[in-house]
Design a protein around this ligand. Structure first.
Ligand code: GLU
Length: 505
């Protein structure tokens, strides 16, 4: 067992074979929080041994994603450190040295079995319903024999020689784990082409980098027995483990594309505030105190302990995630929120950067009008597009138009109100005065509010709901408001565009 008084060194070890999975981001976050709380070091190691699938772009994107979330590392491929290099393929000499050491001491052996033989073995074992395992045909080859076959051009794989007995290790999430060594096959450490495989190199690197705690996803639990046996064969301290519960989709199965986005970048692109992402990830298998849902990374760092991580799978509840994102948006300052939303507004083609700068105060008011309603930055453009639309081309959402048409005499009411509004605007009434005056106007006609407000809201915004209508008039300006009412008067006077297409009933 490792010495728990040693300074903490933990790592996140992503493979750059895809975008950063949201589960990987949680693994990084928990390791980071653990290191920060214990005053230890957090390392980033790139596990790029899968040469075909690893790319520089993925590596870059993973680093960027982590940095964007606010996770920083003390040692890593970009910042260097005392255990450099931090890219696994650059450490191959070290891996070869470990393999040679294990071969030398007999803890590993060269195996020349062809894939055809191994396939035959697999089929026989499966027909006999036996455990699938290598039958150790090559385990007893003499050194001379191995050398001769190598000299003749045969290229062996290197297998680990699993000793007899049973093995235990500490898992801070799952408790003590004990397994019978018989369950572990004499697994391949180094392929015939000389490339070492994950279960082997991960141990070499964790030893060389002085890793004290290995916290990673539960999917790696099957690998841990192999790795623990390797530490023991090498006479090295076994780190403490913590296997984080799987993140499950709403269908209770392992989180996958089926039930939602799985890459961190997807959430970034949808405009989830990063603070909300971090907060939500914290709750995937951990809780601050069971009652506080919204908390900062400082609070995570102040309280995080691996022992409090739960064993049960964590349901990735998208509705809750969206709610949480909305909470962060509501408590944000309007300036910051407007800045975070700006790229989404630009990308939607609603405005240019210059326009948003020129009309900064106006843009802040536009954003303020939706702060209560949006849950992500990405939801803003669709809600505010009407502010940028031409007065005669406001898009009416079906609901908004239906609500407007539902009102008996909608066109007459709107027409009469237009005259009052033009007159009131001409007299320079303030927003508050317009609001009060409109109420009196509606009352004097014996109408209910929706009789005016629904056609008016449709005319001005095309939405069924949204900010206070008098704030909308202020945002649009009187002239534009009147022009939109004029357009609505003719649009609502004609039959709805879809009516002709509907069936007889
Ligand atoms: N490279 C492995 C992965 O991306 C991580 C291995 C580990 O943490 O031990 O899943």
């Amino acid at each position: 067992m490792s010495d728990s008084t040693k300074p903490v060194r933990v790592r996140f070890a992503p493979s750059p074979t895809g975008r950063l999975h949201i589960g990987g981001a949680r693994t990084a976050l928990f390791n980071w929080a653990y290191a920060r709380r214990r005053g230890g070091k957090f390392l980033l190691r790139i596990e790029d041994t899968d040469r075909e699938r690893s790319t520089d772009e993925y590596e870059r994107a993973i680093l960027e994603g982590l940095r964007w979330l606010g996770i920083n590392w003390d040692e890593g491929p970009d910042v260097g450190g005392p255990c450099a290099p931090y890219r696994q393929t650059e450490r191959i000499d070290r891996h070869r040295a470990y393999a040679a050491r294990l071969l030398e001491q007999g803890a590993a052996y060269a195996c020349f079995c062809s894939s055809a033989r191994l396939e035959e073995l697999r089929q026989t074992q499966s027909a006999r319903k036996e455990q699938q395992a290598y039958d150790r045909k090559c385990a007893g080859l003499s050194a001379a024999e191995v050398q001769a076959r190598r000299a003749a051009g045969e290229q062996p794989v290197v297998r680990f020689r699993v000793p007899e007995g049973s093995t235990r290790f500490v898992d801070h999430v799952r408790g003590e784990v004990v397994f019978d060594n018989k369950e572990v096959d004499d697994w391949i450490m180094v392929r015939a082409d000389g490339l070492p495989i994950y279960n082997f190199v991960v141990v070499c690197d964790d030893i060389d980098m002085g890793i004290t705690h290995v916290f990673r996803g539960e999917e790696h639990l099957v690998n841990t027995p192999k790795q623990v046996l390797l530490y023991q064969a090498l006479g090295e301290a076994v780190p403490e483990f913590g296997h984080l519960p799987l993140m499950l989709g709403s269908d209770g199965k392992k989180l996958s594309k089926r039930t939602g986005d799985t890459a961190l970048q997807d959430y970034q692109e949808r405009g989830y505030p990063k603070e909300a992402i971090v907060n939500f990830l914290c709750l995937q298998g951990w809780a601050l105190n069971g009652t506080t849902e919204i908390f900062s990374t400082d609070e995570l760092v102040a309280h995080f302990d691996i022992k409090d991580v739960t064993k049960a799978g964590a349901i990735f509840d998208l509705d809750k995630f969206q709610w949480m994102a909305g909470e962060y948006i509501r408590k944000d300052s309007i300036e910051h929120l407007a800045d975070m939303c700006a790229p989404f507004v630009l990308r939607a083609g609603l405005a240019t950067e210059a326009l948003l700068q020129q009309r900064r105060a106006w843009y802040l008011d536009v954003v303020r009008g939706e702060q209560e309603r949006i849950r992500t930055y990405g939801e803003l453009p669709a809600r505010i597009a009407y502010c940028f639309a031409k007065d005669d081309a406001v898009v009416y959402e079906p609901d908004a138009e239906k609500n407007a048409r539902k009102q008996a005499a909608a066109v007459e009411t709107l027409g009469a109100y237009r005259s009052w509004l033009a007159d009131s605007l001409g007299r320079g009434l303030s927003t508050a005065e317009l609001r009060e005056g409109t109420k009196a106007w509606v009352g004097a006609r014996g109408l209910k509010m929706p009789a005016l407000f629904q056609p008016l809201r449709c005319a001005l915004t095309g939405h069924a709901g949204g900010p206070d209508l008098f704030d909308v008039i202020a945002l649009l300006g009187g002239e534009s408001a009147l022009a939109r009412i004029d357009a609505a008067l003719s649009r609502l006077a004609s039959k709805p565009a879809t009516e002709g297409a509907q069936g007889p009933d």
